[in-house]
Design a protein. Sequence first.
Lengths: 369, 347, 157
Amino acid sequence: MSKTFDVRKLLADNLVVVIFLVITAFAVPVSGLSAQFIIQELLTRIGRNAFLVFSLLLPIMAGMGINFGMVLGAMAGEIGLIVAVDWGILGVNGLALAALVGMPVAVILGWLAGEVLNRAKGREMVTGYILGFFMDGVYQLIVLYMMGSIIPIRSPAITLSRGYGIRNTLGLDSVRQSLDTLLAVRIGPYVLPMATYIVIAFLCLFILWFRRTKLGQDMRAIGQDQGVSHSAGIAVERTRIIAIVISTVLAMIGQIIFLQNMGNMATYNAHKQTGFFAAAALLVGGASVSKATIPNVFVGVVLLHLMYIVMPRAGAQLFGQAQIGEFFRDALSYAAIAMALVIYAWRKRANAEKARAGLRGGQAAGGAK
Amino acid sequence: MNRLKQAVIDFGWPRIIIFLFVVALFIGAPFVNVRVDSSFTDVFNRFGQNAVLVLALVPMVQAGCGLNFGLPVGIIAGLLGSTLAMEFGLVGWAGFLGAIGLAIPFAAAFGFAYGVLLNKVKGEEMTIAMYVGFSIVTFFAILWLLLPYSSPNMVWGYAGRGLRTTITLEGYWGRILNDFLAVRIGENFQFPTGMILFVILLTVLTGIFFRSKTGTAMTAVGSNPDFARAGGVSADRMRLTSVVLSTVIGAVGILVYQQSFGFIQIYNAPLFMAFPAVAALLIGGASVNKASMLNVIVGTFLFQSILTMTPSVINSVLQTDMSEVIRILISNGMILYALTRKTKVTK
Amino acid sequence: MSKLDPKKARRWAIRAALGLLYVVLAVALFVTGRGHTILVDNKADPAGAFPALKAAVVSVDRQKPMEFYPGDRDKFIVKGQRHVLRVKPLAPGAQEKVVEFRVPLKEDMTLVSISKLMAGVEPWYEPFTAPTAQERAAERAAADLENPVETFGSFSP
């Protein structure tokens, strides 16, 4: 009896992963892409995206759900890159300088986000999402109107022809792939961006270490039960804000890593889908709104991006239109998030009701259904 | 004086600021060579265009389901209705009413499924609603390409199948409500009487609904679930009803929008349509769990006034086009304000 | 409590140290990472004081060497301020000249004239500002005035 229950529970816990695996397993052969191409793409994409997904871990640990406000960190990173490119700082120096410049911006924005989210307890995810939109407006105000006019910009090559505002596409040739190629290693037919991987490894170590610090333990406690933590003397509000600040800073660095790999920055669009992609990856990796581990990050990035690589081609082969593959890919990603959220909320309620029924000593719960 | 202060605090400073801002725009318009009469025409047109979509949000708010970020579900039903009506070759009033008639069963079905889903997930409904909405829009994007539509006005000319992204309603039922009994004053002012009458009709009907037994039960479930339960009202059934109602009104809403706008927009267009509606409702004084007809009317009017007047006035003053940024800041700022207010009813 | 409280003082010291580290790091990254464009020129002096080199191989730092003939102009993109310039004329028995030079931090582009360098004329490098699109259009207009372009006449009667 317990054996079958275990399999069912395992399935229920990882339903989203399973569904993704099944669909992708079908799509891979249909797409007609070679295994070598897929593997190389995956290796590149892990380097490019993993850092961003990591930034979501701490707020989940602190019980704040998916921090869609990480988009603010991405914007901070972009501002840092604009400065680095404007001053013509090349290579890894440029990236590091961008991160240094973006750091105070990310901290301030993260603090702001934390304060806002603290005022919206119980609806952090929606609020974070809308906050991201709002900040996009502020970002445009700064980058499209103030840069070049009130904020001095040195090189006319990156401003719009009207004299102020940054161009729609910022060429990142000065720092293009500088982290990736810093320590590129060839293994067989594959090229691995080792430097990027090392950075990600350091991040993993940081998170593992952080979890053991007092601050990390405090965050976990808050994630479990806010009331109890408050009685235990933990500064709940402040710790939540710190979780968001760290998340925002990590998102800033992650976006810089992402953009250096892309080589080009869509100044006004690059950050728009960041939160969604990171959240989708994490959830597809088996995480939930209240629990996310490091393996979830890697499994999720691989699965999500495998689907992203394969689906458009599969759609083209099956229906003669790649567009369908793209739509299907988008629909599946959105549905995956919706499904993960639904399963999580459903089980939370089921557990709460079970607990309540247990308290009542097993008596049937009264009242309307 | 205290009552005035209390009213101000309740209404909220951001709303007062927005209201004064709109008034300032209207006063300032003539000074920057913006014609007031054509501005008013635009405002009335956009008001009618969007009001029903905003109205669609009210049932779910009252029932305690939060802001319906899943409005795209109803919008898709409306799109199905209008594309099918066009495919069947219905024109004029037959087209518009036919679209409504075709859309409502879809909306009811979709709304039912959506409502059942929401009932299982009380808490963070809004995020789930958002992603359910996104999923349905992108899923239907696939269908728009695959379904066997054949009317030459709707499909891509080259391939012969698959709907176009934007389909014009000219020759079908474009502007049919707007032009019905329209009042023209001078060359630049036209009041879209038909559409405004339709909006008023729907608003009144909804208002009557909320005074009915079901309506008051719905409100009770949203504001005081224990009291409702004591009175024998099933919270789940009321919530389900509210979602279905919301979805159906949403379907009608997009049809009103389409006929005024003149085009059917599919594929990714409906993805973010819930957000302006939510912002408008909140600007009108609603909160996350309480919304009235007045909120709908006032909110839509204020919000659309800003969207209409800002480009013309501010751009003339500053000599740049800042309308997009201002729109983003105001609409999202308003939603943020509502989401971060301490509500009297605990969740 | 006053700032002399040992715990608080330690906190402020750490914060100050971090701030200092931040500034030092930023400056170091900036100075070592600043990119410059070295434009290398091989033009004879219009007044005839020195000739253009007939043929020479030029390299900057460890980048790929480039060949220069009279009138050529090419560019090297470099990082940082101190650079080594190698000029080796291709005439048999000619000496290679190796010089170290510094590019000022603020300069985006520097123009190096190898003809001046080999002739021993100082200074052989100077800052260079690229003309804006408007200036270039004005240049072209002025050049057109000096050398009128021949047309084939109108094609219509």
